[in-house]
Design a protein around this ligand. Sequence first.
Ligand SMILES: Cc1cc2nc3c(=O)[nH]c(=O)nc-3n(C[C@H](O)[C@H](O)[C@H](O)COP(=O)(O)OP(=O)(O)OC[C@H]3O[C@@H](n4cnc5c(N)ncnc54)[C@H](O)[C@@H]3O)c2cc1C
Length: 496
Amino acid sequence: MAPSSIAILGGGLTGLSAAFHLSRRFPAAQITLLNKDIHFGGWIHSRRAKITLKDGRETSVLLEAGPRTLRPNSKSVLELINLLGLSPSLLTVPKSSPAARNRFLRLPGTQGLLRIPSSPLSILTSGLSPKSSSLHSPLGHILLSAVAREPFRPWNRPLMIEDESVDEFLSRRFGSEFARIFGSALVHGIYAADSRELSVRAAFPSLWDAEERGRGSLVTGFLRPSKVSATAEVDDPYQLGDVSKQMRGVSVYSFSQGIGALVDALLRELRTRRNVRLLGGVSATGLRMNPRTAQFEITTSSCETLRATHIVSAVPLPSLKGLLSPKMPLPHLTANPYSSVTAVNLVFLASPGHALHPVGFGYLVPRASSEHEENVILGCVFDSPSMSAQEAPWSAGIVKMTAMLRKPLTSIPRLVEMLSEQLGVRLPDPLIVKVHDNAHCIPLLRVGHLQRMQELSDVLRGEPWRGKLEVIGAGVGGVSVGDCVEAGRRAGRSWA
Ligand SMILES: Cc1cc2nc3c(=O)[nH]c(=O)nc-3n(C[C@H](O)[C@H](O)[C@H](O)COP(=O)(O)OP(=O)(O)OC[C@H]3O[C@@H](n4cnc5c(N)ncnc54)[C@H](O)[C@@H]3O)c2cc1C
């Protein structure tokens, strides 16, 4: 039976996307969304900070505490951009631009930054040029020899395993040095976590699938076409308008007011929907099923009891666990730890002709080769080359970058010193420093995650839940903004 009342727990991007799509799909249902924080959008925080330039003019810079750019591979996000009318404020970075092509690693024990070759082919072709150094750079050598050997390695996935860590997987196919340098850096950049703990099937399913398609070889697998299941899209096609055309050849994108524009537009739209009630600053404190009415009862921090025929939980899984009575437990809600990451926005004024970093996207720091070394800095994003249009045209000379740290910041001068050392440039004193301690922000999907989520989903289909409670969000179906928006889009599909 179609729902008559739906409660959505959590107003991060997952919950907001669920509210947007459910209110369209079930216009007769009363939808209430509860969000613990007054601020909606969860980890998405885009804020402007005022700055006075040397000539006395005032301007502002856009600073992000969470996601800062998105890749155009998620159709559900592109659909929101279309349906919410956000195209005019899109800022796109072409794949061909140096801001997109130049990505760096900082290898402990080497000087400055090393550019990651954009493909093994680029190492070969640039190696033909006498000026080129990529073939001789440590990264070019490691990448080329790992990729060239991989197709000749036998199919070496151990029998009967259903999952393994990203590090184990990459070590098997490309060798342990490749796995430590490239794999760990990638996982630092996305999960702020250790690649030895992250499930390859949950985090990078395309790698696991390519190994199967290539009968053991990833390189071969990627050269073979994959069987894409288009069933879901045929049933419910994405409404993309012209946005997919705008995204042709685009590497990453954001908006003139940052990623927060997506949250603001969702809120504006939801506030016009008569069947939606948004409760900010109100948390769910308990959740139970009343066996007499067969309805859910949600107690809240505002001492209200909400009743709903259906629920979407879009809160972190440990928070959901805290809401349930021990008589009605759900499995695996605390199986994954959450990484904490401190994002530090730094704004500098560079003198003309004095670059503070190479033009590019930024750099990542791989896991140290020795357990005794520890890199506090996971990486640093160069915000200015890709997103300078977020600032006024007269803001030339302003350089924004964001350092990602695995621990809370203890000293700003020390951080500036460490960044200067890694960049090989003496950074001036920053004009603005904004520190965001994002505690327990990214779920670390441990090995076996997909199996555990399947078991959770099986329990939710049985008694007493009977499919009326859906559990979604970053800790379930993937941490990217695209995964979260897609999960909200799919919520309640079985309720019609
Ligand atoms: C620093 C950082 C950088 C990132 N960069 C990127 C990036 O570049 N690209 C990308 O794709 N992804 C990125 N991500 C990941 C992505 O932003 C998140 O995974 C995503 O926003 C999570 O959305 P969510 O709605 O599932 O969860 P959350 O954002 O965690 O939202 C959960 C919401 O639930 C609310 N809540 C909690 N408990 C209760 C309760 N009891 N009752 C009611 N409400 C409750 C909270 O107030 C919160 O608003 C980044 C994340 C971080 C932290």
